[in-house]
Design a protein around this ligand. Structure first.
Ligand code: AMP
Ligand code: MG
Length: 333
């Protein structure tokens, strides 16, 4: 079985094509970059409308496939920005109708789990999902993926982007902040905001900006923000592991590409006698292949929907979606 997946929840328009062994046959994409400030949903959606037809063609070419060789079309149904989701869903519906193929809705967060799970070979890992809009610790339990902990205000990536722009940089802030942090050495005292298995970042943003106004070095701010924010994420992940008696962690989301965060989570997991795994960057950030792979799992479990029941769900929660492919223990490819 070969499935094509369309991702368009936020900045990234991406199409991936995978086979039954989760091999990525082709993937193409393009990211909307705002001229100034953060994401503008309508502008991002326009970007996706304009670029997705070419991206579909590029993914098919990369995979050396004809449309007739694609068995199903999957799309990210939610959560995400409404206009962006609709752009991708419209393309997926069009392809499904045109090619006369089943249409499979996919939850974006579940897709991050499933691609990391199959690539890692870990049976039942916990996911630390750290991206622009989302910050969650997710684990499977009783028929659903459950959110054990999450941000109480903004996603960590949005926080890093906002901070970097206020420090004079441009979007995306995370990678630039990572480079800047390597030049820092002084640990500034920032609010460490962990509440059980939840975290919050807005207090840290205010405090970091105050240090900036008072003349602190940008490198030290970057260094301290990374140290504090990633410690918070590592702590809630460890607490979740301890409570659920798990040993394995996978990472997903753009911020999870960060080497310092990956190192901290690895040290924590290995210190507990467990393992951690981060997918390669192209499959860790938002990508069409994870939608295609989760769509393949969903299609095999009978989750295809008619076009008229394929509305996008911008606020869809991870634990609202059934994951029937896990209920019988059929965990991997
Ligand atoms: P996503 O929402 O998963 O597409 O990820 C986008 C977010 O990841 C943006 O907020 C980026 O600033 C952030 N990001 C990307 N690479 C890194 C990195 N190396 N370190 C920290 N944040 C990153
Ligand atoms: Mg994501």
């Amino acid at each position: 079985m070969i499935v094509l997946g369309v991702e368009s929840t936020a900045h990234t328009a991406s199409v991936g094509i995978v086979d039954e062994s989760a091999r990525v046959l082709g993937q193409a994409g393009d990211m909307y970059r705002p001229a100034a400030g953060g994401i503008h949903p309508r502008e991002a959606a326009n970007h996706h409308v304009e670029t997705l037809p070419g991206i579909v063609r590029a993914a098919l070419e990369a995979a050396h496939l004809r449309p007739s060789e694609v068995d199903a079309v999957a799309f990210a149904q939610g959560p995400g920005l409404g206009p962006c989701l609709r752009a991708g869903a419209t393309v997926a519906r069009t392809l499904a109708l045109l090619w006369e193929r089943p249409l499979v809705p996919v939850n974006h967060c579940v897709a991050h789990v499933e691609i990391a799970r199959v690539l890692s070979g870990l049976e039942d890992p916990m996911l630390l999902y750290a991206s622009g809009g989302n910050t969650q610790v997710i684990v499977y339990g009783a028929g659903r993926y459950r959110v054990l902990g999450e941000t109480l205000d903004v996603g960590i990536g949005n926080f890093l982007d906002k901070l970097w722009i206020a420090l004079g940089g441009t979007f995306p802030g995370g990678p630039a902040l990572e480079a800047e942090a390597r030049l820092g050495s002084e640990l500034l005292a920032l609010p460490y905001s962990v509440h059980g298995m939840d975290v919050a970042f807005s207090g840290m943003l205010t405090a970091a900006l105050a240090f900036h106004r008072d003349g602190a070095r940008r490198a030290d701010i970057a260094y301290s923000v990374e140290a504090t924010a990633y410690s918070m994420l590592t702590e809630i992940t460890e607490r979740a592991l301890a409570h659920r008696q798990r040993e394995e962690v996978v990472l997903g989301g753009g911020v999870a590409c960060n080497q310092r965060l990956q190192g901290m989570v690895r040290t924590m997991a290995e210190g507990r006698g467990g393992h951690s795994f981060a997918p390669p960057r192209s499959l860790c950030v938002d990508n069409g292949s994870m939608i295609a792979w989760t769509g393949l799992l969903g299609h095999r479990a009978g989750l295809a929907v008619p076009v008229e029941r394929s509305a996008v769900l911008p606020r869809q929660r991870t634990d609202q979606v059934p994951v029937p492919w896990r209920e019988n223990g059929a965990a991997t490819a």
